[in-house]
Design a protein around this ligand. Structure first.
Ligand SMILES: Nc1ncnc2c1ncn2[C@@H]1O[C@H](COP(=O)(O)OP(=O)(O)OP(=O)(O)O)[C@@H](O)[C@H]1O
Ligand SMILES: O=P(O)(O)OC[C@H]1O[C@](O)(CO)[C@@H](O)[C@@H]1O
Length: 330
C-alpha cells in the first residue's frame, strides 16, 4: 500500500475530482488530501479520501479538496517544513494538481527529496509541456454559453458592440479559442498585445462590414504588458477608447470566475479520470518526479527534467485561422 498526499494549488479547475476519484479507488493506494494548497499540508488535518468518501461526488462542482495559493514553497525554509511534515506522517509521495507556479514548487520539492507527481489543472491551459490542463474545456463551454446569448441579443437589438473580458492569466487561450469557436469578431490577447489606437482602427474597419461586433478580450491583454495576476478591467479601458473612436456605446461583460468551476464537461472528466489512473500507475511503480499531462492527444508522463523552460504558446492552428480571418491584430 502507498500512502499518498494530494493537494490542489492555484486556481480551481473543473474535472479534478475525477483524477482524485481514480486515485482513491486504486487498491494499492491510501489517499489523503489537504485543503488549502501547499500551506494546507502544515496547517490542515489530512482528509482520508476513501472510495466511500469520493463515491457519487466525482462530478460535483465543489472539489473534494479546497485549493489555495501559499507562500511556503518560495523559500528553502518553507519547503523544509513541508518535507519534514510529509516524512513524519509517513507519506510515500505528494501529488500536486495546479498551474505553472504549482508545477515549479512541485519540481523543487522533488529535487530536494520528496517524491512528487504533478497534474496540470488550470483554466488558463498554459501549463508548460502539457498540451492540455484540466478545467480548460469546461471554462470554454461556459464562455460559449455567453457567446450564444450575445449573438442572439445582437440580432434582436442590432447595431451594438459587445466587449467580453475573460480570465486566462498571462495566456490568451481562453479568449482566442472562444473567439474562434464562438464566432467572435476580434480576440484581444497578450501574445499579440496591441496599442489601443490600433484596436480602435480595426474596430472602425470591421464596422464598415457589419452592424454588431463581439470582441473577446483577455484580462491580461494590456498594450503595455504590465498585467498582474488578479487584475480585471482592462477591457473597460479598451472599450472607452472604442467608444471615443466610433461614437458607439460598448456593452461590456467581465465574465470573471464562474467559468472556473461547476460540473466538468465530458472532455475534462474524461481526461482527468485517465490522468488519475496514470498517476496511480506511476505511484504504485515507484516512479516519481513526473508530470502526468497530455501530449499529442495522449495521457503521458514526462519527467521534470524534460519539462521545457518556455511558456506554452497559443495553439498554432487556432492562431493561423485567427490571422486568416482577421480575428487577431498581428
Ligand atoms: N516560483 C515558485 N517557487 C516555489 N513555489 C511557487 C512558485 N510559484 C508558485 N509557487 C507555489 O505554487 C502556488 C500556486 O502558484 P500560482 O499562484 O502561480 O498558480 P498556478 O499554479 O500557476 O495556477 P493558476 O494557473 O491557477 O494561477 C503558489 O501559491 C506557491 O505556493
Ligand atoms: O483566483 P485568483 O487568485 O484571483 O486568481 C486569478 C487567476 O487565476 C486564474 O483563474 C487561473 O486559475 C487566472 O485566469 C486568473 O488570472
Amino acid at each position: 500500500m502507498k500512502k499518498v498526499a494530494l493537494i490542489t494549488s492555484g486556481g480551481d479547475g473543473a474535472g479534478i475530482n475525477s483524477t482524485i476519484y481514480m486515485l482513491a479507488n486504486h487498491q494499492q493506494i491510501n489517499l489523503y488530501g489537504f485543503h488549502g494548497g501547499y500551506n494546507g499540508i502544515l496547517s490542515n488535518d489530512p482528509i482520508h479520501l476513501t472510495p466511500q468518501f469520493v463515491d457519487n461526488k466525482s462530478l460535483d462542482g465543489i472539489h473534494y479538496i479546497q485549493t489555495g495559493r501559499s507562500n511556503l514553497p518560495y523559500t528553502q525554509e518553507g519547503r523544509e517544513r513541508l518535507h519534514r511534515k510529509l516524512k513524519t506522517e509517513g507519506f510515500d509521495c505528494l501529488v500536486v494538481c495546479g498551474g505553472n507556479g504549482s508545477q515549479k514548487a512541485a519540481q523543487l520539492l522533488h529535487q530536494e527529496g520528496t517524491n512528487t507527481i504533478f497534474v496540470p489543472m488550470t483554466v488558463d491551459n498554459d501549463v508548460i509541456s502539457s498540451d492540455y490542463s484540466i478545467g480548460f474545456d469546461t471554462a470554454l463551454n461556459k464562455l460559449m454559453d455567453l457567446l450564444y446569448g450575445l449573438h442572439d441579443t445582437a440580432v434582436n437589438m442590432p447595431g451594438r458592440i459587445f466587449m467580453v473580458e475573460v480570465l486566462g492569466g498571462n495566456a490568451g487561450n481562453l479568449a482566442l479559442e472562444s473567439t474562434i469557436a464562438g464566432a467572435g469578431d476580434l480576440a484581444i490577447v497578450p501574445e499579440y498585445a496591441t496599442q489601443k489606437d490600433v484596436i480602435v482602427k480595426n474596430v472602425q474597419k470591421k464596422l464598415k462590414q457589419k452592424q454588431s461586433l463581439i470582441i473577446v478580450c483577455s484580462e491580461s491583454a494590456y498594450e503595455d504588458n504590465n498585467y498582474q495576476s488578479g487584475n480585471q478591467g482592462v477591457s473597460f479601458e479598451i472599450a472607452a477608447a472604442i467608444e471615443k473612436g466610433t461614437g458607439i456605446r460598448v456593452r461590456k461583460s467581465i465574465v470573471g470566475f464562474y467559468i472556473r468551476a461547476g460540473r466538468p464537461s465530458f472532455k475534462d472528466a474524461s481526461i482527468a479520470a485517465k490522468i488519475g489512473a496514470k498517476v496511480a500507475y506511476y505511484v504504485t511503480n515507484n516512479q516519481f518526479g513526473v508530470m502526468v499531462g497530455v501530449q499529442n492527444d495522449h495521457i503521458q508522463a514526462i519527467s521534470f527534467q524534460e519539462i521545457r523552460k518556455q511558456l506554452n504558446r497559443l495553439h498554432p492552428q487556432t492562431v493561423e485561422v485567427a490571422k486568416q480571418y482577421n480575428k487577431i491584430i498581428h
